[in-house]
Ligand binder design. Structure first.
Ligand code: NM2
Ligand code: OGA
Ligand code: ZN
Length: 387
């Protein structure tokens, strides 16, 4: 598509501090200092690795635009006092435009994330191990599921100890912890963690006592002949959003004050953290949920005046999380696994006991590597990024 067919135009503010670019009827302003800092020429950015070669101290603080013109799908800018002229593809400028309204409501999420409840059940994001391992397109679709919904199943993989490392190898790197590179989730004589029993586990995020938390967990089934032990997942961002909609004050106390978490189940381990149950980024974006009844430590950072409200909010968030209307559920068969964004999606397990066995292997990894893999696939296999 030829942008110039729309009669694009550019004007320079009187002092040259910013320009206004109109593309297809929409106007975006860009500051001179921003444009100069983000110049794409080979003296500003390494042609080899794309990294910036200069620092802000190399750009004159009085930098302004003396000349701007549209030319062959590019905006050409001349900066003074440097006297430097740089071309910016218009598509690139549109992708990076920042002249737009901010999010006024605290607790927003990325538009590319789809929040879900039990109505997702007929359409769980899932694929077959062999397909995803064999085809970049299938891998792209499967990883998109994790980016969009915060989890995806992968079915019919090898029924082989350690196979979950192959799953992680599809998108990133394992994160080793005190539980090992890979941990065995099965009934143990002397469990260091209640996960290693047949008890039901309330929906939770893993390792809130760690800082930073592992942002991905993989649970891979090797044996499941014991009755029970079905898994349930809950979208923590949906639960937090419901709480915000029904009671903004409850959302506010859970995001404003820090909870505490601790794990000291082994003689040589004492992991502690102080972080909110609902964590927001500086711009109000939902960043992560920490919810784990087993590992919550005494909260000691909430003012006396707010503690009763805090417990009320914590209780209500738990009710939303435990509501069957929030859950999707399934049973893992040997060779099946699920991968969850542990900053967003909670997982639970029903109790199991009796004849037969249940054996899962688990491990941690991280979302940054997964999103990197997905972005590279998106750039290679289409021109649009989905995340
Ligand atoms: N395990 C399975 O975060 C937790 O303590 C949940 C973690 C022991 C690695 C269980
Ligand atoms: C865990 C866990 C669930 C299960 O290991 O962290 O929550 O299905 N396990 O056993
Ligand atoms: Zn867990």
């Amino acid at each position: 598509m030829d942008n110039e067919a729309y009669m694009n135009s550019v004007t320079i503010a009187p002092n040259g501090q910013f320009i206004s670019l109109t593309v297809a009827g929409n106007t975006s302003r860009f500051h001179a200092i921003w444009l100069r800092d983000n110049a794409l020429d080979k003296h500003t950015r390494s042609a080899g690795n794309g990294q910036r070669l200069i620092a802000l101290r190399d750009i004159d603080a009085s930098t302004h635009v003396s000349h701007a013109q549209l030319h062959k799908g590019c905006l050409q800018i001349t900066f003074m006092p440097e006297g430097k002229t740089v071309d910016y593809p218009i598509d690139w400028l549109m992708t990076h435009a920042y002249d737009k309204p901010g999010n006024s409501v605290k607790g927003w999420h990325k538009p590319t994330q789809t929040l879900w409840d039990s109505s997702l059940m007929p359409n769980l994001p899932e694929n077959n191990f062999d397909a995803v391992a064999a085809s970049p397109e299938a891998l792209q679709a499967w990883l998109s599921g994790i980016a969009v919904f915060g989890f995806a199943k992968l079915n019919n993989g090898p029924v082989q100890a350690g196979a979950l490392a192959q799953v992680v190898g599809l998108f990133g790197h394992l994160r080793e912890t005190n539980y090992g590179r890979i941990f065995e989730v099965r009934v143990e004589e002397k469990p260091v963690n209640l996960a290693y029993t047949g008890l039901a586990l309330q929906a939770h995020t893993d390792n809130p006592y760690r800082d930073p938390v592992p942002t991905i967990q993989v649970l891979y089934c090797l044996e499941s002949s014991a009755p029970g032990g079905d898994n349930v997942l809950v979208d923590g961002f949906m639960a937090a959003t419901k709480l915000r909609q029904e009671d903004p004050h409850s959302f506010d106390v859970l995001s404003r004050y820090c909870a505490r978490f601790e794990y000291a189940g082994e003689d040589d381990i004492c992991l502690q953290s102080k972080r909110p149950i609902i964590e927001l980024a500086a711009d109000g974006q939902l960043q992560s949920i920490r919810f784990n009844n087993r590992s919550a430590a005494p909260f000691s950072d909430i003012p006396f005046e707010h503690m009763a409200d805090y417990y009320g909010a914590y209780r209500r968030l738990g009710e939303i999380i435990n509501d069957p209307a929030s859950e999707v559920g399934f049973r893992l068969n040997p060779g099946d696994c699920f991968v969850i964004d542990n900053t967003r999606v909670l997982h639970a397990r029903k109790a199991f006991s009796g004849a037969g066995t249940r054996w899962l292997q688990g491990c941690y990894a991280d979302m940054d590597g997964l999103l990197s893999r997905l972005e590279v696939l998106n750039r290679t296999h289409s021109n649009t990024s989905t995340v």
